[in-house]
Design a binder for this molecule. Structure first.
Ligand code: ADP
Ligand code: MG
Length: 341
């Protein structure tokens, strides 16, 4: 590059900044689903309805019965780095909500047609905001929020080309909902695709019930209860018996403070717990929920928040390993929970 070719340093336009950020967060329709579900759960929803058209590319709509958004904040919700969830570094270090970066809605709005309909708790009207025009108009709905996302990646055709068939994108969307559903048994979820109900998991009173509904009765029947406290770490959930192991690791769910994560420390700890009972490449099934003081785990590692960093990885590794080992060694009859339905 020669001096004549060089461009001067300039700040990028807002829209482009959002589109760049969107590249990190939104890979496919399922990424949008995940962000919108996080928001619905953070708002205290007890019932969440997802409606998709054409694998989510044409439409992703998430309706919740949470707290809603006050009219005067609807426009702000679409700005970059605008959030109601943290206000300081101290908040960030102890964050208990799924979201906190204030990026998702702004990012989605820059790569799709977005609108938000919301009625704030106690307000007597609902309002709809058009993300493109900024127009705000009164609409009818009960307390809660619906976010509608149409024509994903219409402005970024390069990304659009990477999308798979509708059926594949739908499967990823369902998996995203399942991950949330396994974390929050008390919340009801339903999924519609092209006008048809494809999944429905009613609010469940126990974790086992939700695991049976959203995974399978076999998952519960072929697993044992895990409940272990090691130092500041508590591990609960279910670990599959060795006979239930499969060739694919598609029934391995790990949560840290309610957030689905992928983490080497955690998966290594589980693998070592199965070391003596599982041979070859067989993958155990499990759904494990780690509860830890939020200040001992950094969730601000990756924009998608699927990765975390533990302050003391060894203590977590040990707790998880012991939790699973103890569960596998315990007699099985005591935790036989018969799933119903
Ligand atoms: P974050 O979740 O990190 O705060 P988002 O861009 O996802 O950032 O959302 C911005 C803000 O909009 C949230 O902080 C929240 O106040 C509000 N919001 C978004 N979705 C909902 C919802 N479903 N119900 C209530 N408030 C919402
Ligand atoms: Mg969010």
């Amino acid at each position: 590059i020669s001096p004549a070719e060089r461009r001067p340093i300039r700040e990028l336009p807002d829209e482009l900044i959002s589109q760049i950020a969107a590249g990190e967060v939104v890979e496919r329709p399922a990424s949008v689903v995940r962000e919108l579900l996080d928001n619905a759960l953070d708002a205290g929803a007890s019932q969440i309805t997802l409606r998709l058209a054409s694998g989510g590319v044409r439409l992703i709509s998430v309706e919740d019965d949470g707290l809603g958004i006050p009219r005067e904040e609807l426009t702000v919700a679409l700005r970059r780095h605008a959030t109601s969830k943290i206000a300081s570094l101290v908040d960030l270090e102890t964050v208990g909500t799924m979201g906190f970066r204030g990026e998702a809605l702004a990012a989605i709005n820059s790569i799709a047609e977005l609108s938000i309909l919301s009625r704030f708790a106690g307000a007597d009207t609902a309002f709809a905001l058009d993300g493109r025009t900024g127009e705000l108009r009164p609409v009818a709905r009960s307390t809660g929020t619906t976010v509608e996302v149409r024509e994903l990646f219409f402005a970024t055709p390069a990304r659009r080309k990477f999308l798979k068939t509708d059926a594949t994108e739908l499967a990823h969307c369902i998996e995203a909902v399942r991950r949330h559903a396994l974390a929050r048994p008390e919340v009801g979820f339903s999924i519609w695709h092209d006008g048809k109900l494809v999944e429905q998991w009613r609010a469940a009173s126990t974790r086992e019930q939700r695991l049976a509904d959203a995974l399978s009765d076999e998952f519960v029947a072929q697993s044992v209860a895990v409940d272990h406290e090691g130092g500041p770490v508590r591990v609960i959930g279910r670990a599959g018996i060795p006979d239930a192991a499969r060739s694919r690791g598609d029934q391995q769910f790990f949560y840290v403070n309610g957030r689905f994560v992928r983490d080497k420390v955690l998966s290594h700890a589980v693998r070592s717990a199965y070391e003596d009972v599982l041979h070859g490449q067989r993958q155990p099934i499990y759904a494990l929920y780690l509860e830890i003081d939020p200040s001992r785990v950094d969730v601000n590692v990756h924009p998608t928040k699927i990765e975390v960093r533990f302050r003391d990885g060894r203590e977590v590794h040990q707790a998880v390993r012991h939790a699973v080992e103890d569960a596998l060694a315990a007699p099985r009859s005591s935790d036989a929970v018969a799933p119903s339905g």
